[in-house]
Design a protein around this ligand. Structure first.
Ligand SMILES: Nc1ncnc2c1ncn2[C@@H]1O[C@H](COP(=O)(O)OP(=O)(O)OP(=O)(O)O)[C@@H](O)[C@H]1O
Length: 309
C-alpha cells in the first residue's frame, strides 16, 4: 500500500505537486492520470525517494522508501525505460541488478521468461526496440518479486500488441494481490486496465474514484434515437428541455433527458421510434472535460476551437 499525505513539491516558485493525499491499494490497478506536466512523474519519483518532498510525506507499507530494508523486494518501478546501460546484454543488466540487491540469480531467468525476452537475453540492450526496452525495464521491476509495482507511462510509443501485453500483465499482477500503480496522460489507456483512478491536474487531486464513478460523475449520458421523423422528435425534445443533435439521416443524439422520458414523449406525441439506446460518453471525453482548465498548453485549431495538448 502506498500512502501520501499532503505531498508537495516545489521547484523554485513552480509548484509541481500540490498537497496530494491518496492511498494506492493492493489487489487492483490504480491509474494515475493527468495531462502533460500535471506532476505524475514527480509524485512517482518522490514515492521512490528519488526526489525529496518540500511538504507532506509518502510511505510504502508505513515507511518512507529510503527506510525500506530491501527496496527491490518491496517496490518495483519502471520510470524511464531508456535509463539502461546499453552496452550490457539483457541478461547481464538484470544479473548486475540482482547481485547488487542481494536477489537470487535464478530470478533473472524467471523474469526474462515472464516478459518474453529469454530468446534475446544475450543481445546488447543497445540494439533493442522501444518495446523490448520496455519489457526489459519491466523485467527489472519484477526482479525482486515485489508486492508493489509502479509504471510511469509504460505504453508510450508501443504498438497495439505491446499495449495489450502490458495491460494483461498489469491485470494479472493485481489479480495476484499486488499493488499496481500506473501513470498515463491518456484516459483511453486506462479504461480497460484500471480499477481505480487518481486524476491530477497542475499538481492537484481532481478525482479519486473508481473508473465507473468517474464516468458517472463526469460524463453526460447521451441517448441515441432512430426515428423516421427526426425533425418532429427534435421539436418535442427541445420543448421538454432536452437537446437533440443529428447523427446521420434518421438518428438523433439526445442529452438533458433520461431515456424513459424520451420514450414517453415520443409515445405521447405519436412519433415512431426504431431505436432508443443509452450512449455513455467515453472516459477520454470525461477526462478532457475535467482537466480542461488544468492543461498547460492549448493548441489553437482552425475555426477557433481549442484542443487540449
Ligand atoms: N527538475 C525540475 N525542475 C524544474 N521543474 C520541474 C522539474 N521536474 C518537473 N518540473 C515541472 O514540474 C511539473 C510537473 O512535471 P512532471 O514531469 O511531474 O509531470 P508529468 O505529469 O509527469 O508530465 P508528463 O506526462 O509530461 O511526463 C511540470 O511543470 C514540470 O515542468
Amino acid at each position: 500500500m502506498i500512502e501520501a499525505v499532503g505531498l508537495s513539491k516545489r521547484y523554485g516558485d513552480r509548484v509541481a505537486v500540490d498537497q496530494l493525499s491518496f492511498t494506492v491499494r493492493p489487489g487492483q490497478v490504480t491509474g494515475f492520470l493527468g495531462p502533460n506536466g500535471a506532476g505524475k512523474s514527480t509524485t512517482m519519483r518522490m514515492i521512490l525517494g528519488l526526489d525529496t518532498p518540500t511538504g507532506g510525506r509518502v510511505t510504502i507499507d508505513g515507511r518512507p522508501y529510503r527506510q525500506l530494508d530491501y527496496p527491490m523486494r518491496e517496490v518495483g518501478a519502471l520510470l524511464d525505460a531508456k535509463a539502461i546501460h546499453g552496452g550490457r546484454s539483457a541478461y547481464h543488466h538484470l544479473l548486475c541488478l540482482a547481485q547488487t540487491n542481494n536477489l537470487p540469480k535464478r530470478r533473472v531467468g524467471e523474469v526474462l521468461d515472464l516478459v518474453g525476452l529469454a530468446e534475446v537475453a544475450g543481445k546488447r540492450a543497445k540494439g533493442f526496440s522501444l518495446g523490448m526496452g520496455q519489457r526489459l525495464g519491466i523485467a527489472a521491476a519484477l526482479l525482486g518479486d515485489p508486492k508493489i509495482l509502479m509504471f510511469d507511462e509504460p505504453v508510450n510509443g508501443l504498438d497495439p500488441e505491446g499495449i495489450l501485453w502490458i495491460r494483461n500483465l498489469m491485470r494479472s499482477l493485481a489479480a495476484e494481490g499486488r499493488t499496481v500503480f500506473v501513470s498515463s496522460h491518456l484516459m483511453s489507456e486506462m479504461e480497460n486496465t484500471a480499477d481505480h483512478l487518481l486524476v491530477i491536474g497542475r499538481g492537484r487531486m481532481i478525482a479519486d474514484c473508481t473508473v465507473q464513478e468517474f464516468i458517472d460523475q463526469n460524463s453526460e449520458l447521451l441517448v441515441r434515437v432512430r426515428t423516421p421523423e427526426p425533425a418532429r422528435l427534435t421539436e418535442v425534445v427541445t420543448g421538454a428541455g432536452g437537446t437533440a443533435t443529428p447523427d446521420g439521416d434518421d438518428t438523433l443524439l439526445i442529452s438533458g433527458l433520461v431515456m424513459d422520458r424520451i420514450g414517453d414523449l415520443a409515445f405521447d406525441n405519436q412519433v415512431r421510434l426504431y431505436e432508443l439506446s443509452p450512449l455513455q460518453a467515453s472516459l477520454e471525453q470525461a477526462f478532457m472535460e475535467l482537466t480542461r482548465d488544468t492543461v498547460e498548453y492549448h493548441a489553437a485549431v482552425p475555426g477557433g476551437r481549442e484542443v487540449s495538448a
